[in-house]
Design a protein around this ligand. Structure first.
Ligand code: DLZ
Length: 161
């Protein structure tokens, strides 16, 4: 199968972000990956009109902490959407399964609780190379995808409100 840039998108189809406050929370684990995802997300939000002063960027220790951090941010700082960035790499123990399960279910629960877009920009890969390929490498940048998804979900929310 031909592998492509998974983050290619049509910029003309992305809603304007100038009226939104957006939180971006990145895990500190695997920083060479999460820093690149964070940069991709922030650059993309700015490109689509989000004002720098309306961005709330925070760090948490690991991907597991993303759900509670998003919940706390939505309760205290009221962003319109939160993009959650992490990278979990398969190791020799079952930690991988527990973290992936917890964060995917946790972020879903937070999104439903707050009726707000909570975006899963979490890479779950077998190897560091697979993660780097998706953090600004040959398969794109999952942070860019997260930013585009946040803006599209905010437009969706407005369209049905
Ligand atoms: C403990 C752990 C392990 C083994 N692997 C990762 C990982 O690959 N990526 C990641 O973001 N975090 C990892 N962590 C840390 C957990 O996410 C969490 O921070 C700790 O279990 C403390 O709750």
């Amino acid at each position: 199968m031909k592998k492509t840039n998974l983050s290619d998108y049509d910029p003309t189809a992305v809603p304007d972000g100038s009226n939104y406050h957006i939180g971006v929370i990145a895990a500190e684990w695997n920083p060479e990956v999460t820093n690149a995802l964070l940069e991709g997300a922030v650059d993309t939000l700015l490109q689509h009109g989000v004002k720098e002063e309306n961005l709330i960027v925070r760090r948490v220790p690991g991907t597991f902490e993303l759900s509670s951090a998003a919940d706390i941010m939505l309760d205290s700082q009221y962003p319109d959407a939160v993009i959650c960035i992490g990278c979990v790499i398969q190791g020799e123990t079952r930690h991988f399964e527990f973290i992936c399960q917890a964060v995917s279910q946790g972020l879903t629960n937070v999104a439903i609780k707050h009726e707000s877009p909570v975006i899963f920009s979490v890479l779950t890969t077998d190897t560091m190379q697979q993660a780097l390929d998706r953090a600004g490498g040959k398969h794109g940048n999952k942070g860019v995808e997260g930013a585009v998804t946040a803006l599209k979900m905010l437009a969706y929310k407005e369209s049905v409100a």
